[in-house]
Design a protein. Structure first.
Length: 233
């Protein structure tokens, strides 16, 4: 097994959230090996793609990045995994907060000992047996199996998370229950609402538009302050 750990991130132009994601994970995931960040930044959001690259370079001396001219979820995920070199990969989208300290060795041991292809950190309660579909929530995964599953997907314009979840025979997903419930917190929904966007579950589009409101922008600022307090405590 390679000593260096690849960290895959599909991001939008929201460096403030990417920074909180990396800060919380790279300080609270204890005894991490040397990391190499593989980062795709799609041009969606008010900031500049280059700002996100600079954030990543604050957390690793080895950053492989891509800044496409147009957003594409499947293309972003496939590009990231085409560049993975380590035998296991840490998958971190740019809008997650790790709330408590956990041991990387415990997470790795759970993945390798379970026979699963991914070990998912809990956002709320543990999933029921038989309902553990492949997820893009923060997780550690076996690189070879995930890359093979992605290669088997013929569609280039679908939602990769849904495509992999629908091919459950290809990948096994388990929950990392040792970390406890509500271990990770989603930040993306509040950001999207403030931007006048909502998740779009069809095809390759990240989001579709919805009405903007001043209240949503104010709410996001309040939540951002809360997330910073959690990340820096």
């Amino acid at each position: 097994m390679n000593q260096r750990l690849d960290v895959v991130t599909t991001a939008l132009c929201r460096p403030e959230l990417l920074d909180l994601t990396y800060r919380s994970f790279f300080t609270r995931l204890k005894d991490l090996p040397e990391i190499r960040i593989i980062l795709n930044v799609d041009p969606l959001g008010e900031a500049d793609q280059a700002e996100c690259i600079q954030v990543a370079k604050r957390y690793s001396d080895s950053v492989v990045f891509r800044c496409p001219d147009s957003p594409g979820f499947m293309d972003a995920v496939k590009w990231c995994y085409e560049n993975v070199e380590s035998s296991v990969v840490l998958h971190l989208e740019d809008d997650w907060l790790l709330r408590r300290t956990i041991e990387y060795k415990s997470l790795l041991g759970s993945l390798l000992g379970s026979g699963s292809d991914q070990m998912v950190l809990l956002m709320k309660d543990a999933r029921l047996p038989g309902a553990m579909r492949y997820s893009f929530r923060p997780h550690l995964a076996c690189s070879e199996r995930v890359c093979a599953a992605l290669d088997s997907l013929s569609a280039v314009d679908g939602n990769p998370e849904k495509c992999l979840a629908e091919h459950s025979s290809l990948l096994l997903s388990y929950d990392f229950t040792e970390g406890g419930e509500r271990l990770v917190m989603d930040m993306g929904r509040k950001w999207a609402k403030a931007q006048g966007l909502k998740k779009y579950g069809v095809g390759d589009a990240w989001f579709v538009s919805r009405p903007q409101s001043l209240l949503a922008k104010l709410e996001y600022r309040l939540y951002l302050a809360r997330w910073k307090a959690i990340a820096f405590r």
